[in-house]
Unconditional design. Structure first.
Length: 148
């Protein structure tokens, strides 16, 4: 199995990048939907449409992309375990864990909005919309520059 996976390392890496792109797209779009949802009257057709969009984005794109990112990234670490000895990889994994935390926080926000329990103004969601961007910038800089 290890031999087979090793011989397909670049394919695994490409699939990992694709999964990350899908995950990031969803992480950037979902809080934007929350901004619109926060301004929609509870129970309105608009609120219901946004609830459906948020659910589908989270369930069918965001979560599978996150799982694929972790599985494929973990596979690459298994195939090249020397990466775990590098400081930049520890920093990158820390940021990925924070991104996973944001993923789960967004799910809590999504569920609250779907239940008509909005505790946050639209401005809060605008701020949360920047969190994945900042994490992504940090991750990309670490992976490309390998500073530590």
């Amino acid at each position: 199995m290890y031999e087979f996976m090793s011989s397909h390392y670049l394919l695994i890496k490409a699939l990992h990048i694709i999964a990350i792109i899908a995950w990031m797209a969803a992480l950037l779009y979902l809080p934007r939907l929350f901004v619109y949802h926060a301004d929609a009257p509870v129970g309105s057709d608009r609120a219901q449409m946004l609830t459906t969009m948020e659910y589908r984005l989270y369930r069918y794109i965001m979560t599978p992309a996150m799982i694929a990112s972790w599985v494929l990234g973990g596979t690459m670490l298994w195939l090249n375990d020397t990466l775990l000895q590098l400081g930049w990889m520890h920093s990158k994994l820390t940021l990925v864990i924070l991104m996973t935390g944001a993923h789960h926080i967004f799910n809590r926000m999504r569920k609250d909005l779907a239940a008509g329990v909005n505790r946050r103004p639209a401005r809060t969601f605008r701020i949360w919309n920047e969190v994945p961007t900042l994490l992504m910038i940090g991750i990309v800089l670490l992976v490309v520059l390998k500073p530590i």
